[in-house]
Design a protein around this ligand. Structure first.
Ligand code: NAD
Length: 432
């Protein structure tokens, strides 16, 4: 992650602070992570040698509850990045009113270079190293980049071995057979889908007359494309790391998904395979996709995709950020000046952490929900919070991103102020 992401996120926070009357204590408190842990994890490799990996866990703020955030396995992971992502999680949890603070963790490693057994030893070693820092009432990890349900299962098992009791609520995103929640894998796409469905009527558009371009065709983008296509929206362009395809008539999304699963490329779906040859299409680049004339643009791949360089050429009416941080703060201003409404990541992709919260609730209750129940609770929460953010943006005439930060800050501010602020103590001293 680009180190400027935290300063970018902080700029957005400063914008929101103008509209919220909070004690200076709140901003002072939110400038620093509550606790950061760096650990060395010795791992016996398959060839008998020993390698020591660096791991991190940061609990940014726990005023609203135990902290929550994923674990990333990536060669670029470092303490700064983990702190920035933990800061972001603090706001995301507050936006959707989860009783959680924000956290993040990671290991500096390229997991593709490890065998499965080495990966298991590394995952268990990480939990050995951070076991005193996490817990169902303290800090609850989850999957993030290059970690998955299998890894969460190993980690939950290791924590349970250390504590000598089965503790599924210590981690979310587990396999269903180990206490995972139905609907967790589809939750991010579902949350984004519910946000789009809730917001579209405000723009007087029906699905059939709405054209959409989606950058990124993975867990989040691919699944969201499928949900939108099934609901009757016209997906005119999709892309992955290899490039994209465009058809003004709309693409056959289920066919592309099926083909991508077997060929690992979306272009193949139209260039070589059986599904495709029948549909007219154009090959486009990722840069082309971002500037298409569409109703909705959905960046669902990486951070920093829309910058001050390409923002002037963006032609979408609405942008829904499924990726974390796909638009830089200077690009935000350009899009705003063009009248393009941007629905921010901390709302649009919050479905994942919301269903993680449901998983934690189910683990603690020992009672498991049907898929319909999970999706119903998710929809209710996302629609309610999206509606409140929309209203704040209308009332205060601010961007939806600023409105989302205001929304989160009000909740965080209330919690921090409830514990006593400078004003309270200054007045107490005066009275004495
Ligand atoms: P993924 O690895 O499953 O998919 C990423 C997709 O982006 C792939 O299709 C990949 O080919 C594509 N891609 C990579 N580089 C690209 C490029 N330069 N141009 C265009 N496409 C490119 O990841 P994911 O889980 O779908 O996550 C995507 C984004 O959504 C990330 O920013 C992630 O942080 C965010 N997100 C995901 C979840 C979740 O639950 N999956 C939750 C919250 C946020």
């Amino acid at each position: 992650m680009d180190p400027s992401l935290l300063s970018d996120a902080s700029k957005r926070l400063e914008n929101a602070l103008q509209y919220v009357s909070l004690s200076e204590d709140v901003t002072e408190r939110l400038k620093y992570p509550k606790a950061s842990l760096q650990v060395s994890i010795p791992v016996r490799m398959d060839n008998g040698s020993l390698r020591v990996f660096q791991g991190y866990r940061v609990r940014y703020d726990d005023t609203r509850g135990p902290t929550k955030g994923g674990i990333r396995f990536h060669p670029h992971v470092n303490l700064d990045e983990v702190q920035s992502l933990a800061f972001w999680m603090t706001f995301k949890c507050a936006v959707v009113n989860l009783p959680f603070g924000g956290a993040k963790g990671g290991i500096t490693v390229n997991p593709k270079e490890l065998s499965r057994l080495e990966l298991e030893r590394l995952s268990r070693g990480y939990i050995d190293a951070i076991a005193d820092f996490i817990g169902p009432d303290i800090d609850i990890p989850a999957p993030d980049v290059y970690t998955n349900p299998m890894i969460m299962g190993w980690m939950m098992d290791q924590y349970s071995i250390i504590r000598r009791q089965i503790i599924p609520a210590v981690i979310t995103g587990k396999p269903i057979s180990m206490g995972g929640s139905l609907g967790r894998e589809t939750a991010t796409a579902m949350g984004a889908f519910f946000t789009i469905e809730a917001m579209l009527p405000r723009f007087d558009r029906s699905p059939a007359e709405t054209t959409i371009a989606i950058q990124g065709f993975g867990n989040a983008g691919g699944l969201l494309a499928d949900l939108l296509a099934r609901a009757g929206y016209r997906i005119v362009a999709v892309s992955d790391s290899q490039g994209g395809i465009y058809s003004s008539k709309g693409l056959n999304i289920p066919g592309i998904r099926q083909y991508k699963e077997s060929s690992r490329s979306i272009q193949a779906a139209y260039c070589e395979g059986s599904v495709c040859s029948i549909v007219e299409h154009e090959i486009i680049t990722n840069d082309d996709l971002l500037t298409l004339d569409v109703d909705i643009l959905i960046p669902a791949a990486l951070e920093n995709q829309i910058t001050s360089t390409n923002a002037p050429h963006v032609n979408a009416r609405l942008v829904f950020e499924v990726a974390n941080g796909p638009i830089t703060s200077d690009a935000d201003l350009i899009l705003e000046s063009k009248g393009i409404k941007v629905f921010p990541d901390i709302l649009v992709n919050a479905g994942g952490v919301t269903v993680s919260y449901f998983e934690w609730v189910q683990n603690r209750n020992g009672l498991y929900w049907a898929l319909e129940e999970v999706n119903q609770h998710l929809k209710h929460r996302i629609v309610e919070e999206a509606g409140a953010i929309w209203q704040t943006s209308q009332d205060l005439k601010v961007s939806l991103r600023t409105a989302a930060y205001i929304h989160a800050l009000n909740r965080l501010g209330d919690a921090i102020q409830s514990r006593g602020t400078r004003d309270y103590y200054v007045n107490t001293v005066k009275r004495l």
